[in-house]
Write a protein that binds this ligand. Structure first.
Ligand SMILES: [Zn+2]
Length: 132
């Protein structure tokens, strides 16, 4: 299924790309019931080989694979997905969705999905300046 999706996604024909979108949703549904270890295996089989040797992406994905392979986490439950959506704020600047980012060297924050807006709000309060 993943190999077929790749081919369809690379096709110049609009109908193939449309089929790829539908198949992508089906793949997402299938992955939801996989364990963390199975997701780690897919990362290793399908994503890891495409990364540049010595690139930071390879180092990060290798770390993720190692962690997922030791994880006992199971499928993402419906409740977890709905809790995420309930908490998801709307950008006060432009009205787009905001997504939670786990801070690296800073606190966790919500970031507006609209790249040109870039509104950022730290979890639990203070606003950070947007990109504009
Ligand atoms: Zn915004």
């Amino acid at each position: 299924m993943i190999k077929r999706l790749r081919k369809l996604g690379e096709s110049p024909r609009p109908i193939d790309r449309l089929i790829a979108v539908v198949m992508g949703a089906a793949l997402d549904d299938r992955l939801k019931v996989f364990s963390d270890r199975q997701i780690g295996q897919l990362l290793f089989d399908f994503c890891w080989p495409d990364l540049y040797v010595d690139g930071p992406e390879l180092i990060i994905v290798t770390q993720a694979i190692d962690r997922l392979r030791r994880s006992t986490g199971g499928p993402v439950t419906k409740g977890e997905t709905q809790d995420d959506l309930k908490q998801q704020p709307v950008c006060p600047k432009c009205g787009n969705e905001m997504f939670l980012h786990y801070g690296i060297d800073e606190a966790d924050f919500w970031l507006c999905d609209f790249v040109r807006c870039g509104h950022k709000r730290y979890v639990g309060g203070s606003c950070a300046r947007g990109k504009s």
